[in-house]
Design a binder for this molecule. Structure first.
Ligand code: ATP
Length: 307
């Protein structure tokens, strides 16, 4: 559905995109994860035809895309990071306005607007001015506005910024529903939990470069799980036995804190519990940390995603 090839964008001397290439298949729900300033908005703006690249190409549905190509542009719906709705209009009027921009009208538009209001849970407030909506409701309307012309590719640029948990869940449900109907979706965020929960495949972007692009399950499987134990004291024999658990790597964080890194956490836990019990080691705490995209980012860049 989408291919970008060696995309570059400089703002004066600032290289916002430093040569990015990737593909997103038809019907995918693809995550684009990166810290603030990584270049996500710049990338979405170029892909949606709002901004010219300094170099590189964008292909949509196997055709090279230029900003002037209205036919291809119509395939895209973009939910921008900044709200792009009219606060003095009602929710319904906003959706009509965006539909009319794409040449829609009459009963078709009326029906489409009603269906969208329903799916973004704004039917009850449809005839109130958007200025009276909560932050989450405005965000939902911002999403609805991108859907009226029934795009094939939906680009979401940090759509949950400043959104309450209830609206966030509604946005997630709507994204999953649209994707299940066959819409290709690119979900941009700096919240790794969101991307991990929503997207089977992810591109991680940092300083204008794509540092990895793979199935989330593969990225997570490439890192070990961690088991952290707090103990009153760890006798030397117990330490040696823990250290010899097959497939686990032991680190003493302090005299009372032990960390084991392993891939098969269930098997290691069984052995761990047996050793602690046989050696009469008293536990003060037990924590498990599964791999997550935050750790993938740290592993790839040496920095935390949230700085
Ligand atoms: P955020 O989540 O904070 O919006 P982002 O990943 O979307 O971050 P961009 O907004 O694309 O990142 O910005 C990428 C880089 O380009 C940043 O260093 C930013 O300061 C710079 N930049 C973005 N827009 C402009 C502009 N109009 N003029 C100059 N520099 C810009």
């Amino acid at each position: 559905m989408l291919e970008v090839r060696n995309l570059r964008k400089n703002y004066g001397a600032v290289p916002a995109l430093a040569g990015i290439s990737f593909k997103v298949g038809t019907g995918e729900l693809f995550g684009l994860l990166g810290p603030n300033g990584a270049g996500k908005t710049t990338l979405m703006s170029i892909v949606s035809g709002q901004l010219d690249a300094s170099a590189g190409e964008v292909f949509l549905a196997d055709k090279q895309f230029h900003r002037s190509d209205r036919g291809l542009r119509r395939l895209i719906g973009i939910v921008p990071q900044e709200l792009a709705i009219y606060l003095e209009l009602t929710g319904r009027e906003n959706l009509h306005f965006f539909g009319e921009l794409y040449g829609l009208g009459g009963r078709v538009l009326d029906e489409s607007v009603s269906a969208i209001l329903n799916s973004i849970a704004l039917t009850d407030r449809a005839d109130d001015r958007a200025a009276t909506y909560s932050g989450g409701m405005k965000r939902r309307l911002n999403l609805g506005a991108a859907l009226v012309h029934e795009p094939t590719l939906l680009l979401l640029d940090e759509p949950t910024t400043g959104v309450d948990p209830q609206s966030r869940n509604l946005v997630f449900e709507e994204i999953r529903r649209l994707n299940a109907l066959g819409m290709t979706i690119i979900y941009t965020s700096h919240y790794m939990e969101e991307v991990q929960a929503l997207c089977p495949r992810v591109g991680i972007i940092d300083h204008g470069k794509l540092i990895t692009c793979a199935a989330v399950s593969n990225l997570l499987a490439s890192l070990p799980s961690r088991v952290r134990l707090g103990v009153r004291a760890l006798p030397e024999k117990a330490r040696i036995r823990l250290d010899s658990i097959d497939g686990a790597r032991l680190t003493m964080r302090s005299a009372e804190s032990v960390e084991l890194e392993c891939n098969d956490v269930k098997r290691v836990l069984v052995q761990l519990v047996a050793i602690l019990s046989e050696e009469r080691v008293e536990l003060t705490s037990l924590e498990m940390e599964e791999p997550n995209l935050e750790r993938v980012f740290l592993h790839q860049t040496g920095r935390a995603l949230r700085d």
